[in-house]
Design a protein. Structure first.
Length: 268
C-alpha cells in the first residue's frame, strides 16, 4: 500500500511539471507567477510525504561493551532490519531571513511500520552465563518470536535553514539542512512488558538531523515544491529488555537509529 502511495506522489509531481512546462519555460510571452510571493516576511502551507523508514543496527557490542555480542555469530549478523514505505503530512511555516535564506519549521506526523528479524537461537550457547552476563534458561524460538513488527507514529518537528538560488523563469532550486525533534507516540518505552511478551520498546524522545534538495515551481495560484529529504537519528532508540529476559532480542542489539528517505510535496 505504502509503496503505491510513494509512486503516486512521484507521478503526481512529474505530471505537474509536464502539464505546466509550456507555460513556465517555453512561452516567450510568459509572465512571472506569484511575483513578490517570496518577499513576504511570513508565509505558510502544507506538505504530503512518501517515506522509506529503516533502522541502522549496531550489533558488534561496542555501544554497550557487550561480551559476547549476542547479535553476532562470528561474522554473521543475527538481526536484520526490513525497510517499509509509509506516509506523512504536516504544515509549513516560513520566515524570510534574506534574499536567499529562509528559516522553515515543518511540523508533521510520520506513520511508520518496520520489521526486525531475530535469528538468535544460537545464543543458547551462552545459557550457562559469561563473566559479563548472567545465566538464562533457553527458549525454543518460534517464527513469531523471531519477528517484531514495530509501529511508530512520530511527531516530527524539523527546523531547517533553506538556501535557494535566483528564480529562473518560474522555478528555482533550493537546499536545506537542520535539526529535528521526533516524539514517538508508539514507543512502548514505559511498558513493563518486553520482547518476551512480544513488546519491542524504544525511546519516545529523539533527535535527528536532516538535509533536503528540491525545486520550487511557481504557478498562478500556488507554489509547488517537490523535494527529497534524508533524516538520520543521532541518539540510540533502543530500550533494553528486562533483566530476566533471555538475550534473544534487545540484548542482541547494541543500538538502533532510525534513518529515512522522504519524497515531499509542498504546497504554499
Amino acid at each position: 500500500m505504502w509503496n503505491k502511495l510513494f509512486k503516486i506522489n512521484i507521478i503526481a509531481a512529474l505530471l505537474f511539471g509536464t502539464l505546466y512546462e509550456a507555460q513556465m519555460f517555453r512561452n516567450k510571452n510568459r509572465m512571472d507567477n506569484l511575483e513578490g510571493f517570496d518577499d513576504q516576511k511570513f508565509s505558510y502551507g502544507f506538505f504530503l510525504a512518501g517515506n522509506n523508514f529503516d533502522y541502522k543496527l549496531i550489533l558488534d557490542g561496542s555501544a554497550f561493551k557487550n561480551d559476547p555480542a549476542f547479535g553476532m555469530d562470528g561474522n554473521k549478523s543475527l538481526v536484520q532490519s526490513k525497510a517499509t514505505y509509509s506516509f506523512g503530512a504536516g504544515l509549513i511555516g516560513k520566515f524570510r531571513l534574506s534574499e536567499n535564506f529562509d528559516l522553515r519549521v515543518e511540523p508533521g506526523l510520520q506513520f511508520v511500520e518496520r520489521e526486525l528479524y531475530f535469528d538468535t537461537q544460537s545464543n543458547d550457547q551462552y545459557a550457562a552465563g559469561t563473566p559479563a552476563n548472567p545465566p538464562f534458561i533457553p527458549v525454543a524460538l518460534t517464527e513469531a518470536d523471531k519477528v517484531r513488527r514495530i509501529k511508530s507514529t512520530y511527531v516530527d518537528i524539523p527546523i531547517l535553514l533553506e538556501v535557494h538560488g535566483d528564480r529562473w523563469y518560474n522555478s528555482r532550486p533550493y537546499a536545506a539542512a537542520g535539526v529535528n525533534y521526533l516524539l514517538n507516540l508508539q514507543s512502548n518505552t514505559n511498558s513493563q512488558d518486553d520482547n518476551q511478551q512480544g513488546i519491542f520498546r524504544s525511546t519516545s524522545s529523539n533527535f535527528a538531523w536532516s538535509a533536503e534538495l528540491g525545486i520550487q515551481f511557481y504557478f498562478s495560484r500556488f507554489k509547488l515544491t517537490p523535494g527529497f529529504r534524508g533524516t538520520f537519528m543521532v541518539n540510540n532508540e533502543l530500550v533494553r529488555d528486562n533483566a530476566e529476559t533471555p538475550p534473544y532480542w534487545a540484548d542482541a542489539l547494541s543500538g538502533i537509529k532510525t534513518r529515512a528517505l522522504m519524497f515531499v510535496l509542498k504546497f504554499e
